[in-house]
Design a protein around this ligand. Structure first.
Ligand code: MN
Length: 381
């Protein structure tokens, strides 16, 4: 899901390297028709699906033009209902959830109900509805394997360990492009400034979240649900070199970490091959060339989103869902030049204050809260 995005294309890089191990059964995109057609021609999936139904005609035409009569063998679907159905097809073993934002929630729930292994890149799914997702995963015996680099590092550090012996999770953050900027300078930051991430090449939405540290706030929540650890036991460390991808401290004081070059293909491959480790030609880490590994405490004054994420988690219920909805609205508005960088946090805070609190939400409550919060946030821009 989300095969034309940053994680999607890198997942297909991994598949291309391991043709004897993986076959692509289905691919989906939001609206990138040309890229989706290109992928369909190379990987020959049985199902191709586009979320934006208005793109269906164009997709069919371009597939026919590119594949000739081979296109008849491919099922071409459109719409979010089709994606939710597609992920349950019996031929599928692993679903890579790599779409952006709230849109990933429903199809991921369907894939879990169908008992699929989930390689989860779409962290918003756990931010919005972590409690439901985790209980469904348990009920339907659907393993959720992290693709996010930090969570993959934590997951790798936990292999062979008893989770009850976790004392602390050390979640690293690059600090983004504004790590050394003053508050005044951050206030005037443009989307172009924020899109210049120092270490990672990612999609636009997550790169803005990374600059505002909302991404790290989301990752705290993601780690809580994935590893069953209270947020108090999750500490964020700003580590500008992005070499230590995260670590776990155990009750005897031992700390285990996973290190590597910043390359998403490694965590993607690990999620796809787990519990096996498989040879790959990814760039190697050269510790002789990484003279300094430094760690700083995050600055909550310049990056208030991190505090908002902890607040949302402490409050619980639908608040993380509201946090996510407001963030999706302001993230887009900032990219469109409609608001300043620091105003994003103000709007998120005010949206959290203004949206009705639900302490034990069901799925329908999340849908309603998401909608309400988006309206409230949009009214302030
Ligand atoms: Mn990450």
């Amino acid at each position: 899901m989300g095969s034309t995005g940053s994680i999607g294309t890198q997942t297909l890089d991994v598949v291309r390297e391991q043709p004897e191990r993986f076959a692509v059964y289905a691919i989906t995109a939001h609206r990138s028709v040309d890229k989706l057609v290109e992928q369909a021609v190379e990987f020959r999936p049985e199902v191709v699906c586009i979320a934006d139904e208005s793109k269906y005609g164009e997709l069919c035409e371009k597939l026919n033009a590119a594949l000739g009569k081979d296109a008849d063998m491919m099922k071409v679907w459109a719409g979010s209902d089709a994606i939710a159905e597609m992920v349950t097809l019996p031929s599928i073993d692993i679903v890579v959830a790599a779409m952006v934002g709230y849109a990933g929630l429903r199809p991921t729930m369907e894939a879990i109900r169908a008992g699929k292994t989930i390689a989860l890149a779409n962290k918003e799914t756990l931010v919005v509805a972590g409690e439901i997702i985790c209980s469904l995963a348990q009920q339907y015996h659907a393993p959720i394997l992290p693709v996010d680099s930090e969570h993959s590092a934590i997951f790798q550090s936990l292999v062979g360990e008893d989770r009850s012996e976790i004392e602390k999770i050390l979640l690293t953050a690059s600090g983004g492009p504004f790590r050394t900027w003053t508050l005044d300078r951050i206030a005037k930051a443009t989307a172009a400034d924020a899109l210049r991430h120092p270490n990672w090449d990612m999609g636009a939405k997550i790169t803005i979240d990374s600059a505002s540290m909302m991404n790290k706030g989301f990752e705290v929540i993601e780690a809580k649900w994935l590893f069953g650890v209270d947020v108090e036991k999750i500490e964020v460390l700003v580590h500008p070199q992005s070499i230590v991808h995260s670590a776990v401290q155990f009750t005897d004081g031992a700390v285990k970490a996973q290190l590597g070059a910043p390359d998403m293909r490694l965590p993607i491959q690990y999620a796809l091959t787990f519990p096996e480790r498989v040879g790959a030609s990814f760039p190697r880490l050269d510790l002789f060339k990484t003279a300094n590994l430094t760690f700083e405490k995050p600055d909550l004054e310049r990056f208030p989103n991190l505090r908002l994420a902890y607040d949302a988690m402490h409050k619980g219920g639908n608040m993380p869902c509201v946090l996510n909805a407001a963030n999706e609205v302001v993230n887009l508005a900032f990219r469109q030049g409609k608001m300043g960088f620091l105003e994003m946090s103000d709007v998120i805070q005010k949206t959290m204050d203004a949206t009705a609190f639900i302490s034990a939400p069901a799925y329908e409550d999340y849908v309603a809260s998401d909608e309400e919060a988006r309206k409230i946030a949009a009214s302030m821009i």
